[in-house]
Design a protein around this ligand. Sequence first.
Ligand code: URA
Length: 438
Amino acid sequence: MTSSAFPQSIIARKRDGHALAPEEIAAFVRGVAQGGWTDYQATALLMAIFLRGMTPEETVCLTGQMMSSGVVADLTGIPGVKVDKHSTGGVGDKVSLVLAPLVAACGVPVPMMSGRGLGHTGGTLDKLESIPGFRVGLSLTEYVAQIRRIGVAMIGQTAELAPADRKLYALRDVTATVESIPLICASIMSKKLAEGVDALVLDVKFGRGAFMQSRTRAHELAVALVAIGRAMGRPTRALLTSMEQPLGRTVGNAVEVVEAIEALQGRGPADLMAVTYALGVHMLLLARVASDPADARRRLETTMASGAALARFRELVAAQGGDPAVVDDYSRLPRAGYLRDVPAPHSGYVTDVDPMAIAQVALRLGAGRSHAAASVDHAVGLTGLKKVGEAVQAGDPLCTVHARDNALLDAALPPTAAAFKIDSRPVQPSPLIDELVE
Ligand code: URA
């Protein structure tokens, strides 16, 4: 090993504000994945990157190295442009459950690798696992075979895909180095590229319920992610979407699956459908199955109305070992034993539903996890959430809380009520779809 390849030399160069050479980045990722770097050396470099940043070239190099730290799924034998969607995470964000089967039913293969809920944001895998029997842990061979057979698979990060990210993310989580744009970009994009996608649509959320609360920072992240996609030869587009109130009318796991099934039956709430269609349009365009945005939108709506998207969801559930009868019988999903409505204290218009406050309630009910190893209660959450702009009469339910016991229910009621603001004059919700970055 030359002295410049020693971990301490690489850490010192980044500490002093230099751009790292490709071989230094390669040595770091190799050292993390294979154990040549200690955790304290890796976290020292992560903190130096957090404080000093990375050039676009360094970020692209880090992404490529992290992607190559494990197996890269080969989907080239499957016809069509394979397109995935990734969301940076929000509250009540069940878009993937609707979008993946819908886009697959439009003829676009969708290889989707999702995450679990952490902190205030929910995770697609936890929602799917509320369906009895549903397996998110497919092997890579099963994953490829399923995409070939039914055009869609929804899985968790396997041990073979981007193992360096798994290790680095765990270190970042406990060393206050998560919120770094180059590190977030390399983490997200290395996994997406390893899953074998040809193109990618990103939902970059901003606002109080988002991971990136500031719109400026979310825009910066979107631009950086799109640039990496382009540099790696995978056309990528990002939509900036607002997370100033929960998406849809449910927050939890099984309760969000029910809302997603209703959306697939054509009865989804307007905001959930707006985000789903906006992202779907770009997936169809990137897959080159639609000629323009109006054509893409028409195809999505026709497919939804025909029942083909719901049928594909049913097929997906059955293919991954889940109980497809949940689609027609919600009582087969886990249900909480203790339910109570939260009444509006006076008549007026809902002017705010604080997404972070609602997320904290859901977390305390057990719907989310406070640390990565925590388990999730699939049954609990909130339903029937009133939306900003809606009129309410005194005593009308603002939402219903679903809890595992009376103590948790009682504790949830005051913070849930405090999350809503009701005024005598209506307000317009902030625009949901903000900007396309391509
Ligand atoms: N999601 C990821 O997968 N990685 C990050 O670094 C942040 C969010």
